[in-house]
Design a protein around this ligand. Structure first.
Ligand code: SF4
Length: 702
């Protein structure tokens, strides 16, 4: 360990790190360590985006690290599957047995082994470096890591050319900000700081979200559309921009592809049609178009290379909630098209931001070593359909039945959709399951071995971000607790027992950190400051230069057309659209509870106490119609299952939509289930992503 000492007291050091959680902000952290114990975690005041402040959740990171229920020794199952009965074993015994079991399966077909991981840490090293090398060498099934952002990511790629967009700090200079599908105060706090600065300078903030969140409360307007209708709203908005000629014709002519076709499609969406689909009033769409159109660059003011500023830059902050529906990819394509219509990209404070992760020069091949596949092309399993796939027999189509799952940085039993099937799959007696974890989660309960992993305070890592453009380094602040090991070390030792002799399995964590960006980011600067700001243009698309095949903003995507898909974006109704079922008349979305982040932090006592119990927000009219009072225990159900939680009767929910706040661990819920008992394994239009917010239910008082 080589901590950066920022404090003068001999027994106290401050160590620079990075928040590992799945959040756009990727904060720079400072951990104060006294006599080897981490006593405080705080935001790094020297990092401009973090500005010295962490969110409530991660401010409690020491409580999580020193949690009395932390797993500190390898555990072997001794009771029936799922019983949670384990006994400690030595690392040597655990790894030797795991390697033997995996070798026996691999001798039949290594594709019967499935890694399952996601963003439990966003770290490039403790995420997919040594683990990816291990599974590539093994020839295991490839996991499609789709569970969060796949549809939106594809939408961006096929419109702007990549996961690229505005730089977050320039939102502070915008005149109009559309916060579209984001509860920023809860899940993008440091963006909210910039939006608030713009607000203080006179900017108008409009929140577009089915739920009346704390963010919606603090905006000037809230448009509470039905879930899965964002694409229709974007088309209605385009219709009004066209009809009123609130367009930047020069930008459209120079820097876009497919405008005439998109124009024709948008003209089929007058406000009345869009409003009916969205469950809002036509005048809300007209007013939104008026505000957005007022930001269009004026005819005749365009100059070479985008030197003209639009009258008041209009900026859109999207987040990933809106793309967790059938038409999520198309909706993101439509929203990402809007800035080009009014020439918003001409100004650094105009455009759209969903993700900037594509700006990072991550050296994935060096980290993950796909060359270890040596020409093999293992089958792919989508993490969203793990419920079905664990229950599938071997077949010519599917390949071998899954015989082993190695889970790290994820808790699929709690977070994957249609959890009754996920539970049934993980409960299979003939499935060998290894879980690398900090805690005895719902997934760990079903393991054959649970291996204790280090937290962010105990290991090295390097981070990119998706809400800003700074690369960060995380140094270990304390020694690993108990017998915990970094994921990298666990896979390193497992590789040795499997007989993998390639030198890359010997790379240290610090070496992996250096490989993550190679020469593209100054590692010495990362060591010194904890972060490095990438060199990216302030207004990247002012002069066009989109990283698409045409170099233009692609309203029409030839690449999608070649796949047999519609090359133009359109509104696609939900798989389970409102007003299509008398049995299940309510649409349910499942945004995160404010003090949780996916299923992380649910067992942190102080945060759990703030949340109280699993909640379903329901509008007073929907509650009254069902005889439900605030605080009642309710049964939420559909054909896939049922879930008990407490009703919160509140206008945070719009009529016809309920908000099942997630993601509680099943065993910490009221009846051993959580909201994913109700969600489906249906996929999105683009990217084969999940459709968590495309879910019809009914609610009854218990
Ligand atoms: S969860 Fe987000 S806001 Fe909270 S500390 Fe981490 S990066 Fe910052």
């Amino acid at each position: 360990m080589n901590p950066t000492t920022l404090s003068s007291a001999a027994d106290t050091v401050q160590v620079l790190g990075a928040c590992p959680h799945d959040c756009p902000d990727t904060c720079s952290m400072l951990t104060t360590v006294k006599n080897g114990i981490a006593i405080k975690v705080q935001g790094n005041p020297a990092h401009p985006h973090t500005d010295g402040a962490l969110c409530t959740k991660v401010s409690r990171y020491t409580e999580r690290t020193y949690h009395p229920e932390r797993i500190l020794h390898p555990l072997k199952r001794v009771g029936p599957k799922g019983s949670g009965q384990f006994q400690p074993v030595s690392w040597d015994a655990a790894l030797t047995d795991i390697a033997a079991r995996l070798q026996a399966i691999a001798a039949r077909d290594p594709q019967a082994i499935l890694p399952y991981s996601y963003a439990g840490t966003m770290g490039l090293v403790q995420g997919e470096s040594m683990a990816a090398r291990f599974f590539h060498k093994l020839g295991a099934s490839h996991l499609e890591r789709t569970i969060c952002a796949a549809a939106g990511g594809e939408g961006l790629v096929h419109t702007l050319g990549g996961k690229v967009g505005m730089q977050v700090q320039f939102f502070a200079e915008a005149g109009l900000i559309l916060i579209w599908g984001s509860n920023s105060i809860s899940s993008n706090l440091h963006f909210w700081r910039y939006a608030n600065a713009a607000k203080r300078r006179g900017a108008k903030l409009i929140c577009i979200d089915p739920r009346k969140t704390e963010t919606a409360d603090k905006c000037h307007e809230h448009i509470a559309l039905l879930p899965g209708t964002d694409g229709a709203l974007a088309l209605g908005l385009m219709h009004e921009l066209i009809q009123n000629d609130w367009l930047d014709h020069d930008y459209l002519a120079r820097y876009t592809l497919g405008w005439e076709a998109l124009r024709a499609r948008a003209l089929c969406w007058p406000p009345e049609r869009a409003a009916e689909v969205c469950g809002i009033s036509p005048n809300q769409i007209r007013a939104l178009a008026h505000d957005y159109g007022a930001c269009a660059a004026k005819p005749g003011t365009a100059m070479a290379h985008g030197a003209v500023a639009s009258p008041a830059p209009a900026a859109i902050r999207m987040n990933y909630g809106l793309q967790r529906v059938h038409g999520g990819g198309n909706a993101v394509r439509l929203i990402a098209s809007l800035p080009a219509l009014i020439g918003a990209w001409r100004h650094r404070a105009g455009g759209v931001l969903l993700s900037n992760s594509g700006a990072f020069p991550v050296q994935r091949a060096a980290l993950q070593r796909p060359d270890l596949l040596a020409g093999r092309t293992p089958r792919t399993v989508n993490m969203v359909t793990i419920g079905n796939d664990l229950l599938r027999q071997g077949s010519a189509d599917f390949g071998p039945a899954v015989e082993a799952v190695i889970v790290y940085n994820s808790n699929p039993v709690a977070v994957a959709p249609e959890s009754a099937k996920v539970v049934q799959g993980f409960a299979r007696d003939n499935l060998f399951t290894v879980v690398l974890e900090h805690f005895q989660t719902d997934t760990a309960d079903n393991a054959d071995y649970v291996l204790p992993a280090t937290t962010q305070l105990e290991h090295w890592d390097v981070h990119s971000a998706y809400g800003h453009t700074d690369a960060l380094l995380n140094r270990p602040a304390i020694a690993p607790l108990g017998e915990a090991k970094p994921n990298t070390q666990i896979f390193r030792e497992l590789a040795a027992r499997m007989g993998f002799i390639e030198p890359c399995f010997q790379d240290s964590d610090e070496a992996l950190c250096r490989q993550a960006y190679g020469d593209a980011v100054d590692f010495n600067a990362l060591l010194a400051d904890g972060f490095v700001t990438l060199k990216t243009p302030d207004a990247p698309f002012a002069p066009g230069n989109f990283p698409t095949p045409s170099g233009k903003c692609e309203f029409f995507s030839e690449r999608l057309a070649l796949q047999g898909l519609d090359g133009l974006p359109d509104h696609l109704p939900n798989h389970e659209a409102v007003n299509t079922s008398k049995t299940y008349p309510l649409a349910m979305i499942s945004p995160p509870a404010r003090n949780f982040l996916n299923s992380s932090f649910v067992n942190v006592k102080s945060l759990q106490a703030m949340e109280g119990a699993p909640l379903l927000e329901i509008h007073p009219l929907d509650a009254q119609a069902r005889g439900i009072a605030d605080g009642d225990v309710v049964n939420v159900f559909n054909a896939r299952g049922s879930y008990q939680c407490r009703a919160h009767v509140s206008e945070s929910a719009r009529v016809g939509v309920v908000n099942g706040l997630g993601v509680w661990w099943r065993k910490l819920g009221l009846s051993g289930t959580n909201v994913n008992e109700l969600t489906s394994q249906n996929l999105t239009d683009l990217g084969r992503g999940p459709t968590f917010y495309d879910c019809l239910v009914e609610v009854q008082r218990r």
